[in-house]
Write a protein that binds this ligand. Structure first.
Ligand code: CA
Length: 238
């Protein structure tokens, strides 16, 4: 599937922002459907079956959070939230409510397009499971549960480190919230162990990053969680 066949639904009540988004996305060959209200968003999503949805949280009729919930009731489409920088609590609520990532307003065009590509890639990958990914010079084979450095030497990861790494890899470059990680890696009993999580992130950085103090791949999303930038041989580089 080429990019030109992807259809994106933009849910945003500000006509100027919608126009900017349409111009930007159409220049990449995406087809764009617009909705200015929460009610319209659900109607357009049902009739056009978009490949990804961008949702503004501040909509005139209902909160954008309800759009996410409504979409999740019938669709697994990737959802990107358009959110103001100061709204960390809202972002967490949106991500835990089923959104896949967020883009901060006023948005940077390059960042927005990278998030859209990551969201579309995540969707493509659920149907074509790839087990080998690269993180800089490190290669990780999820099926074999092993990691190697650029010289082919095995990298020692504890079972918990590997589960954390696999969880972040499954994010496909999208943000993974602390709660999602703790739930998936540590289980429901340890859901408040954010100190443990930070310690394991530090340990992973020591093993993955060329300079652990200046992470290039395992990035912190302040107040939210983490994002791992991976390259996937099956789909193309980041
Ligand atoms: Ca708005």
């Amino acid at each position: 599937m080429t990019d030109s066949m992807f259809r994106l639904l933009v849910v945003e009540d500000d006509a100027d922002i919608r126009r900017v988004l349409r111009t930007l996305l159409e220049a990449q060959g995406y087809r764009v459907v617009e909705a200015g209200t929460a009610e319209r968003a659900v109607i357009e999503a049902r009739s056009h079956k978009p490949d990804a949805v961008l949702v503004d949280l501040g909509l005139p009729d209902r909160d954008g959070q309800t759009v996410i919930r409504d979409l999740r009731a019938f669709s697994t489409v990737p959802i990107l939230v358009l959110s103001a920088r100061t709204m960390d609590a809202e972002k967490v609520q949106a991500l835990d409510g089923g959104a896949d990532d967020y883009v901060t307003k006023p948005f940077n065009a390059g960042e927005l397009l990278a998030r859209v590509r990551a969201a579309l890639r995540r969707n493509a990958q659920s149907s074509r499971q790839s087990h080998v990914v690269r993180i800089g010079r490190i290669t990780v084979d999820l099926a074999a549960r092993e990691a190697r450095d650029g010289d082919g030497n095995g990298l020692h990861l504890t079972p918990l480190e590997f589960r954390l790494l696999a969880c972040l890899i499954r994010g496909h470059g999208l943000v993974v919230t602390r709660d999602q990680i703790l739930q998936e890696v540590w289980g429901p009993d340890r859901i408040d162990d954010t100190r443990g999580l930070r310690a394991y992130v530090r340990a992973l950085r020591q093993k993955l990053e060329p300079d652990p103090g200046q992470p290039r791949y395992l990035l912190t999303e302040p107040g939210l969680g983490y994002r791992l930038l991976v390259q996937d041989d099956a789909i193309g580089t980041h």
